[in-house]
Design a binder for this molecule. Structure first.
Ligand code: 9MR
Length: 361
């Protein structure tokens, strides 16, 4: 593919080959015109090209293993995505394995990679019930001490990445399905007030980062999203720095909630950003071609359900290719949840997502 030398802004893309996706699954679309397009226009036909054009993020959760060992993976990541989320590297157990002793190696690697590929970073996550180090889980700390520990962790981590992380999934999975608060170290010891405190501490550490509450099964209008809505309203009335709601969006093929767009809109109407933060769409294996087609439709609908709402800041997928997805390990008999297959060939889902991002599709 030819490219104009000296166009520094696009230097990172110019030497890359024709996107695999365009060479494969998209041949039947406008992408066939690729050889005649200017470099600018061909860059625009990547996911990140469309997202850049709309001023939104298209992101992927990134694991340290593929980041450091799989050049095919990083080629797709850097060509297609303008945002990354640390899949595990910024979680408590990774960052503070023993009290007051921090391990930034993997998180720093991701941030450095993102910086050098002109990608934004979503931080993930600071107050969650899972992936806590054992010293913390089993420490039997008093509420006062736990409060200090949480504050110090947030000050340190958010402070370290000040100006480098554009949004934090601060609070993760705080609710039960019936809308009650989920039992966790934080909730049980500190009460729901830990949420406002955590957001305030993070805001002090980096006033420019967008601070999110993130959860799953809140995409539909249901008891869980109603409870979150009530909490968000209350936090905003209290002047707590809550800026966005992250809708994880771990879906099963053909089962997108019909109320998703209206539900995202009611949060957006509060003045909050809305983002899809962990999108994947699992299929019972082996995936049939009808299911792959349905998955493509679902990727398009999911992205449109966000982008069709004011204040949608972007869409992050929970991975890049089926090679590293968490899905098969958790949902027995399911997989094929991402737009790239294990060999980095674009699936129909890539076209669906791409069309969802392309304002002219
Ligand atoms: O993808 C993550 C996987 O590698 C970890 O083993 C798992 C541990 O709980 O967490 C996964 O990521 C989760 C995310 O942090 C929060 N939402 C659900 C995600 C999938 O389980």
């Amino acid at each position: 593919m030819s490219h104009a030398p000296g166009t520094h802004r696009r230097r990172r893309r110019a030497p890359r080959p024709v996107p695999l996706a365009l060479a494969g699954a998209l041949v039947a679309t406008a992408a066939v015109a690729l050889p005649h397009l200017t470099p600018e226009a061909s860059a625009a036909t990547t996911l990140r090209g469309y997202a850049d054009g709309r001023g939104v993020r298209i992101g992927a959760a990134v694991g340290d293993t593929p980041l450091t060992s799989d050049a095919s993976y990083t080629a797709v990541l850097d060509r297609e995505f303008n945002s990354v989320t640390a899949e595990n590297a910024m979680k408590w157990d990774a960052v503070e394995p023993s009290r007051g002793s921090f391990n930034w190696a993997a998180a720093d690697r991701l941030v450095a990679h993102a910086t050098s590929h002109n990608q934004g970073v979503r931080g993930h996550t600071l107050a969650w019930y899972a992936q806590l180090p054992s010293w913390l889980k089993n420490g039997n700390f008093s509420a006062t001490e736990l409060n200090t520990i949480l504050k110090s962790h947030i000050d340190t981590e958010v402070g370290r990445y000040k100006g480098k992380v554009y949004a934090w999934d601060m609070i993760n999975e705080a609710f039960n399905e019936d809308g009650s608060m989920r039992s966790s170290l934080w909730q049980d010891k500190l009460g729901t007030g830990y949420i406002a405190n955590a957001l305030r501490w993070a805001y002090t550490a980096d006033p420019a980062a967008r601070l999110y509450i993130n959860d799953y099964n809140i995409e539909a209008d249901n008891a869980k999203s109603d409870a979150l809505y009530a909490l968000a309203q209350q936090l905003l009335v209290q002047g707590v720095p809550l800026h966005g709601i992250g809708f994880q969006s771990h879906f099963e093929v053909g089962k997108l909630p019909t109320s998703m767009k209206a539900n995202l809109k009611r949060f957006s109407d509060l003045g909050l950003e809305v983002s899809i933060t962990e999108l994947d769409i699992r299929i019972p294996l082996p995936a049939s071609s009808a299911e792959l087609t349905q998955q493509s439709t679902d990727y398009k609908s999911a992205s449109e359900n966000c982008l069709g709402v004011p204040r949608c800041a972007g869409i992050t997928l929970w991975g890049v290719s089926d090679k590293y997805s968490w899905v098969p390990g958790t949902f027995n008999g399911y997989g094929a949840a991402l737009p790239y297959n294990e060999s980095y060939a674009a699936k129909p889902a890539y076209t669906g997502l791409s069309n969802g991002l392309d304002p002219n599709a």
